[in-house]
Design a protein around this ligand. Structure first.
Ligand code: AMP
Ligand code: MG
Length: 338
């Protein structure tokens, strides 16, 4: 299949491909998504084939406004509207009870569905022109780091999907926050572009699923099916070095072999001459770190490095999402500096 290169001006073309059952790489503020008509089980099935995604890992339905929630969800709690009012359009996905109209292919047979209203202007133009809910996971090959540029999408999806829309680099850089509103208290399943602190401000108590901060135990049943899969991983194994930035930099300096790759905060990059170095951003700027994390992980696949050492922010604010992606990329192989 020849993949069409589309731009921000081609929202109508992208929408037409989606309405015809095709697959489109779509820019969003979080990461690039691989979209299909969320009401067409065959089209949705092609997402799983293109990504090599396990069938039991459900997708998120993207809608142009909160008014569409009732079409696809029932027993919607007032908290959903409170969150929509505050954070939509934006990087927040709510898990709600689904209506039967949502195909099993989208929800992997669950009685819940993930709903998101994205903020990216090109994504919104596509959703509005298509006038259908668009089912989309991240647009990477299953297991690889999520795409945050159109170029990343071409790397993984050229020849496998109908079109890729270039909407520029993603401004958030990590996937949406997922909060389950079908339980009490609401539960954070995936940290992302909306912080836990912001959710707590809006909702009061929020439980954090244990899988956010530690690996799933054998035989444990994940709340979000995606939690159990290997994620975001470059080819070379990653070791996350936790601790204050000066301490973790020192630890990496003492332990990295000359041919190892380094992911570090900008201030420490000059400590590692001769290494392949990917800068995460300043140690004090977690938003910048979120924008760079997937590109940094992906970059090592074009190098000969056999092992990667990574500095990691503390798990507050956006740091919780950055640390979660790094820890998952490392298969939770984490060492403590000092
Ligand atoms: P991705 O954006 O590639 O991570 O894919 C969508 C994410 O949403 C995956 O982590 C899924 O496990 C999660 N997800 C989608 N629908 C549900 C649902 N009904 N319940 C829990 N998690 C969900
Ligand atoms: Mg994904």
């Amino acid at each position: 299949m020849r993949t069409e290169a589309l731009t921000a001006r081609d929202a109508a073309r992208a929408a037409a491909i989606l309405r015809q059952g095709g697959l489109v790489g779509i820019p969003t503020e979080t990461v690039y998504g691989l979209g299909a008509n969320g009401l067409d089980p065959d089209a949705v099935g092609r997402i799983f084939a293109a990504k090599g995604r396990p069938q039991d890992n459900p997708l998120i339905l993207h809608i142009p406004s909160a008014d569409w929630l009732e079409r696809y969800c029932e027993d919607i709690p007032p908290s959903a509207y409170a969150l929509a009012e505050r954070f939509w359009p934006g990087p927040l996905t709510m898990i709600l009870k689904r209506r039967p109209v949502v195909p099993d292919a989208v929800t992997a047979g669950l009685d819940t569905v993930g709903m998101r209203c994205p903020a990216h202007p090109v994504c919104r133009a596509i959703l509005e022109a298509a006038d259908i809910p668009v089912a989309a996971p991240s647009g990477n090959t299953s297991g690889r780091p999520s795409p945050t540029t159109a170029g990343h999408m071409w790397e993984d999806m050229e020849g496998k999907i109908d079109a890729i829309v270039d909407g520029g680099p993603c401004t958030v850089g990590v996937e949406s926050t997922i909060v389950d509103l079908t339980c009490t208290p609401p539960r954070l399943l995936r940290p992302g572009g909306i912080t836990l602190e912001q959710l707590e401000e809006a909702l009061g108590e929020v439980a954090v699923d244990p899988a956010v901060t530690r690996p799933m135990g054998a035989g444990e049943k994940p709340r979000a099916p995606g939690m159990k899969y290997r994620h975001y991983a470059p080819r070379a194994p990653v070791t996350v070095v936790a601790g204050d930035p000066a301490g973790s930099a020192r630890y990496i300096l003492d332990n990295a072999a000359p041919e190892d790759g380094i992911i570090c905060f900008d201030e420490f990059a000059s400590l590692f001459p001769g290494h392949y170095v990917e800068r995460l951003g300043p140690s004090g700027d977690k938003g910048e770190q979120a924008r760079h994390i997937f590109d940094a992980l992906r970059a090592f696949d074009d190098t000969p490095v056999k092992a990667i050492w990574a500095q990691c922010p503390e798990a507050a604010g956006m740091g919780l999402a950055v640390a979660n992606r790094l820890n998952k990329a490392a298969g939770f192989h984490i060492v403590q500096a000092e």
